[in-house]
Design a protein around this ligand. Structure first.
Ligand code: UT7
Length: 326
């Protein structure tokens, strides 16, 4: 049976920056508090005419270039997002058209910050089916459109961006060794965007109550994030018979530097082996893992043959980890 390899990666961050000092002018917070409690200094914000699929297009083109492929070579698109261009059609279909792909299947994945890891896992299954050879998995978010910049609990955390990977069958050393996915819908109310769906369609009341913005119980999410990512990583390490010291890089979801530190510490993984860019990007939800991964490929930290542990956690609540050889 085929296993899966990452053939190419790409990422894109919009040019506009929103620093902690900019936020100080919008909401009652300060740079020192944000850095101490989250590690975040700055995040990127899409311009008015940039949507999730525009960011995804840039990241996808870069991933295709890195894999030496053309858009017409792609045979499946999986698009992880909770801030897609519109409810219908899917962002995956919009991206298929923008990229100029053939009439291949295209599907959105809604698993919040775990969406990209879910996407990689689904791509792995599609590759194992033997029916697909070049799968584009992309995570792209424009969460700034769903942030209430009067709410200091959420406005300090989120940014916009996109990351992409081309996944292919592998017959060499590159492989996915173990995957763990999970969800706990009983804790869905800890982090939600209440309006815009069939339960609470848009209305004046929605706008007045600001239900079209994200709401989060930060402390509870923090505790669950650490616990769930630890358990998920433990499961992929155990099922693949891998020891912590064999891992060259931990590439975790970038939500908060303190969450990342806690996970690394739990496994005794040194800071030098953790890919962390949350200080510059903030939390870009489904895009954090592929952006962090791509940055480390581009600057040469991640090399072929290395064992890499990806882990993510998000609203839902969802979680997922993958242990792979790049
Ligand atoms: O992708 C998953 C999505 N989300 C996350 O992963 C987020 C997880 N949660 C977090 O990152 C953290 O819980 C936050 C960064 C959201 C909050 O940090 P915290 O250390 O849990 O702070 P807290 O809510 O316990 O608040 C501590 C203090 C409070 O003051 P008092 O009651 O001690 O006087 C807050 O009122 O800090 C105050 N505070 C702030 N001060 C300045 C809360 N937010 C802010 C702020 N600026 N932005």
């Amino acid at each position: 049976m085929n296993t899966t390899r990452i053939a190419g990666t790409g990422s894109y961050l919009p040019e506009r920056r929103l620093t902690n000092f900019d936020l100080e002018k919008k909401v009652e917070t300060n740079h020192e508090w944000i850095v101490e409690r989250t590690g975040i200094h700055s995040r990127n914000i899409a311009s008015e005419n940039e949507n999730a699929t525009d960011l995804a297009l840039m990241a996808s083109r870069r991933a295709l270039d890195a894999a030496n492929l053309l858009a017409e070579d792609v045979d499946f698109i999986l698009f992880a997002t909770v801030s897609g261009d519109q409810i219908m059609p899917s962002s995956a279909c919009v991206l298929q058209n923008k990229l100029g792909c053939r009439k291949i299947p295209a599907l959105d994945i809604s698993a919040a910050c775990s969406g990209f890891v879910y996407g990689m896992s689904l791509a792995d299954s599609l590759i194992k089916s033997g029916n697909y050879k070049n799968i584009l998995v992309v995570g792209a978010e424009v969460l700034s459109r769903f942030v209430n910049y009067e709410d200091r609990n959420t406005s300090i955390l989120f940014g916009d961006g996109a990351g992409a990977m081309i996944l292919q069958p592998s017959d060499g050393d590159s492989a996915f060794h173990a995957i763990d996915l999970a969800a706990d819908g009983s804790l869905g109310d800890l982090f939600e965007l209440p309006a815009g769906g069939s339960r609470l369609p848009f209305s004046q009341k929605v706008l007045d109550e600001k239900s079209h913005f994200m709401r989060m119980k930060g402390k509870e999410i923090f505790k669950n994030a650490v616990r769930t990512m630890n358990l998920s990583c433990q499961r992929v390490l155990e099922s693949s018979g891998t020891k912590e010291e064999e891992i060259s890089w931990l590439v975790p979801h970038q939500a908060n530097a303190r969450i990342i530190d806690a996970v690394a510490k739990f496994f005794g993984i040194a800071n030098e082996k953790v890919i962390m860019n949350v200080d510059q990007t903030g939390n870009t939800s489904a895009a954090t893992v592929p952006i962090a991964f791509d940055e480390a490929v581009v600057d040469g930290r991640i090399q072929r043959g290395q064992k890499i542990l990806l882990t993510a956690f998000g609203a839902g609540l969802t979680s997922g980890s993958i242990l792979l050889t790049y």
